[in-house]
Design a protein around this ligand. Sequence first.
Ligand SMILES: [Zn+2]
Ligand SMILES: [Zn+2]
Length: 182
Amino acid sequence: MQLNPYGEYAVLLAASLANDWPDDRAGIDARTRTFGMTMPFPERPDDHGATRRMIDQWLAVVDADDDGQRADLLNALMKRATAYPRLVDHDNEGWHLHYRDDDQTMPHVLRAVITVGTALHLTTRGMHRLGRCAAGEAPADPCRNVVVDITRNGRQRYCSVRCANRDAVRRHRARRAGPQVG
Ligand SMILES: [Zn+2]
Ligand SMILES: [Zn+2]
């Protein structure tokens, strides 16, 4: 996989897995292809479960209280996942960098790609550009989707137009209702 300078596709892949978790290993595999990964993974019985646990650890980075905690959590994940960077040329991708050893399992490869990609995204775009959909901050709103902010102005707060519209309607109603008394 080509990690572009912003780590964009790796972070978007992680968010996609978190927001729409595949039912089985084949679903994870298909998702990695959608986000530009080309190499096949050796199949292991626990790929589906182990990848889910990795995504849950990544979600702790998403939900970190501040930049320092976010960095600490991500550093801990990268320490377990990554090796020294190496130049590789496989599957007609052209020469690019891998941040891990060769011949790794699906969860291990995804952990390395996603953690390094997230670190690149945060350091180049901004430490705050990862979080949950703002619609979910309203009481009883069901959205818990991850938002990866790759916009130019850095103000993406919603996972989707639908969530942005729902929140806008809610705020409009709140304004019409006027200040709450009592
Ligand atoms: Zn590669
Ligand atoms: Zn949402």
